[in-house]
Design a protein around this ligand. Sequence first.
Ligand SMILES: NC(=O)C1=CN([C@@H]2O[C@H](COP(=O)(O)OP(=O)(O)OC[C@H]3O[C@@H](n4cnc5c(N)ncnc54)[C@H](O)[C@@H]3O)[C@@H](O)[C@H]2O)C=CC1
Ligand SMILES: CC(=O)N[C@@H]1[C@@H](OP(=O)(O)OP(=O)(O)OC[C@H]2O[C@@H](n3ccc(=O)[nH]c3=O)[C@H](O)[C@@H]2O)O[C@H](C(=O)O)[C@@H](O)[C@@H]1O
Length: 420
Amino acid sequence: MSFSTISVIGLGYIGLPTAAAFASRQKTVVGIDINQHAVDTINRGAIHIVEPDLDKVVKTAVEAGFLRASTQPVEADAYLIAVPTPFQGDHEPDMAFVKSAAESIAPVLKKGALVILESTSPVGSTEQMAEWLAALRPDLSFPQQAGEAADINVAYCPERVLPGQVMVELIKNDRVIGGMTPVCSARASELYKIFLEGECVVTNSRTAEMCKLTENSFRDVNIAFANELSLICADQGINVWELIRLANRHPRVNILQPGPGVGGHCIAVDPWFIVAQNPAQARLIRTAREVNDGKPHWVNNQVKAAVADSLAESGGRASELKIACFGLAFKPNIDDLRESPAMEITRMIADWHSGETLVVEPNIHQLPKKLQENCQLVTLDAALQQADVLVMLVDHNEFKAVAADKVQQRWIVDTKGVWR
Ligand SMILES: NC(=O)C1=CN([C@@H]2O[C@H](COP(=O)(O)OP(=O)(O)OC[C@H]3O[C@@H](n4cnc5c(N)ncnc54)[C@H](O)[C@@H]3O)[C@@H](O)[C@H]2O)C=CC1
Ligand SMILES: CC(=O)N[C@@H]1[C@@H](OP(=O)(O)OP(=O)(O)OC[C@H]2O[C@@H](n3ccc(=O)[nH]c3=O)[C@H](O)[C@@H]2O)O[C@H](C(=O)O)[C@@H](O)[C@@H]1O
């Protein structure tokens, strides 16, 4: 059965680009979201999130009548679920959004439909989702009971696009396709081939779930290695950036970059899904999370030490000393402040520092609420002129463009090796 109507459930950073990609290939796409503002914005041909080039694709698709958004699920040939999968409590996966998305489409499911879970999920989630659907639709057969002959096909197809490059990677990346049966995989591959230039690589749903978690855990563990090195080097009086540059000259060594910690809502979250399901085995993955989560506290202590040294030297008062934090985003050259270690560090500093805390973030126009009370958003030049202690948190291009010899301050805590 071909796909005339495709419905994407959850129109955020993943769902909206995916919906727009199908619509740009002249498929009728109905995007569903519980957020009325998102739905209204999309129906106006605009977007409610920041991602390069997404606005143009959405505008064209909406104007051409291929994409519309709604809060009400509709009958479709294929459903792609891209709702949040955060953690709760002691880093346990929270599957409530996936459950309610499944419950919302169950009444409109028709024989022959394909349901794909795209949300990053613990192993076994796709089978669980199929159970939820089956319980609500006893009139239809599902792969867990009927195998290849099922009325409904179900697959897990994780997304691996890099924020900031979504519109390119969505089309070009290879895609892991984890069907609950080979027929489910074949239909899911057929669906993605509508816009995909990368390859569809077929496996089962549990392996596909683990594959997504593995990719992000691999990166987290490798960043933790770099972050651990930065702590060791600080104690040993070694420049960690030079050290990594030298070590990476080895043909089989490729160390990532240390920083203020790991941010965003994926790499700092997904490894916990492996730990939650495999607490005894996932020792390295847990430790990597702890190393990366510990880095903001270490940076905060470095800033405290720099302030103490600066005051000891100048004999000045803490309340007269200005600290400038450079960058708030969770990584360079974006405006996304969610789960950002730079934000966390700035907030910690502003909490204990009795003098002014200046913030430079070229990608925003207003400080987030949490910082409005005791921080001040200033320009790069103003911060460089006024501050006594500099804290480099994000290697935005604007900061890298400032030559190190133009930075006069003696007290610099540089988590990205930009000026030190
Ligand atoms: N953002 C990223 O870079 C990547 C995210 N992922 C994964 O994709 C999934 C979605 O992430 P994002 O798009 O970033 O989240 P998001 O928060 O940007 O968007 C999720 C959307 O789902 C909507 N929603 C929540 N419950 C709903 C329901 N029951 N029915 C309809 N809509 C509902 C929300 O209102 C929101 O608009 C997560 O599992 C995430 O881990 C995977 C790869 C990359
Ligand atoms: C394995 C992998 O590269 N996963 C990607 C990742 O996107 P995300 O933007 O979160 O990743 P990122 O660029 O590594 O940044 C994560 C965090 O790690 C930090 N970071 C990154 C690289 C590095 O050498 N050092 C470092 O400290 C960044 O500053 C940031 O705070 O997670 C995405 C996701 O799953 O949401 C995934 O789709 C992307 O492909």
